[in-house]
Ligand binder design. Sequence first.
Ligand code: AHR
Length: 523
Amino acid sequence: MRHLMTVGLCALATAFAAAAPANAADRAIRLTVDAGKPGATIDRHLFGQFAEQLGHGIYGGIWVGKDSAIPNTRGIRNDVVAALKAIKVPNVRWPGGCYADSYHWRDGIGPERTTRVNTAWGNVVDSNAFGTDEFMDFAQQVGAEAYISLNVGSGSVAEAQDWMEYMTADQPTTLAKLRAANGHPAPYRVAMMGIGNESWDCGGLMTPDEYTAELRRYARFVGSYNAKEPSLKIAVGPGTDDTAWTEAVMKTWKERHGWSFDIQGLSLHSYTIYDGWPPHMPSTNFDESAYAHVIKETLKMGPLIDKQSAVMDKYDPQKKIALVVDEWGAWLAPTPGTNPAFLMQQNSQRDAILAALNINIFARHADRVRMANIAQMINVLQAMILTDGPKMVLTPTYDVFKMYVPFQDATFIPVSYDAGSYVHGDTTLPRLDAIAARGKDGKLWLSLTNLDPNHPLDVDAAALGFKATSANGQTLSAPKVDSVNTFDHPRTVSPKPISGTLKNGAIVLTLPPASVTVVSLQP
Ligand code: AHR
């Protein structure tokens, strides 16, 4: 059965249906790129990262201390910073996560730090050696904007005000002078501030009404102290497809926003967790069935965004408020032998496919989804980077983010194709997932994911309104879907050059099994 799929704003999941014919794997897919119909901007902030004070996400992953033998700049690992610069990280969310709602910023400034127990993650001692000034230094070294999560659960409006004043005040206030005394006379830029985290759960188990009362106070009284650099305010949003929370926040915004209260974003958290809690799908040594189930699960992101966006549209048809997917990614079983509270997991070719599919979903919803943060950047959950002492390895997910750099701030271009089907047991998935965009470099870029782990896929790409004669780029494939990069074999999964040539008016590309390919079409 053929599934005709016009990929513009329609949901990918609707393409799943019955089994493919026996020869489906051999059939080329014709893809049409309509270069004359530009859509929304694919905001670079869709490629944001999340770094929580959790396990080795910060300590060991970013912060090694000034006296470490690991090469560092003011205590921050040079290898990690160089790797992150290469993927042009637009923003980093910190310090949590659940940790944010028990974080007290004064513990992490100045020469004397307050040592605390990290009650959110494993009851380990947090030295607070990495605090506000270290985070800002890290963000500046990477070239990323700061996205600060405020403590609503166990903090206060006054504490949050003081923190924002310490970071952003550009006038000689007591807290600005304290920042200067700590070595930073110039104000920091806090591009975004999150008003709490998962306030319906670890952030205080609030009801929607309880949260909206807090939201109004925080959004009214807390903000940037630098008029030239305002901070976008992001409210806690839903973590499931239940819409009651979204209704409450959006209704509050609609009825009450004005000069004294406003927000610019609503958060959404959605992890790919297959087969229930606690997450138990292994991140290595899994079979095709585990591959197919996890990938099918991740495609629920599309309908979830549709459902929550529909509520936002009701209250905000002009799409003033961004949907900010500030926690997403695969949440798998902890690596055996590691502290389960540290959320360490390996990262395979399956994660690369999963990352590309989610980014494509965000891009298709770019008019509403204008920011996203994968969880988490280093050593935690679906990480870009794994470290062990002085060793560092880049994951397949890292390579996807690198290959997608041309899509940052690019203009969405609709594509249409018959996705076909890849069937494994009771699971049916599309064979192809694709997006196109006009890059800031003026080039027409295509991202093509072959979900079928058993067969290569021929794609004939024809562009309307653009004369393409060849295509060049990179493809990320692997010996197996559970192939990973390790410290001993760091480039088992790594991108290879790929090119396509003109045949009968279309560019012909052969995508390896279970691969992510990004090419630009050349005139
Ligand atoms: O990313 C791990 C945790 O997942 C975060 O701390 C929390 O916000 C979410 O539940």
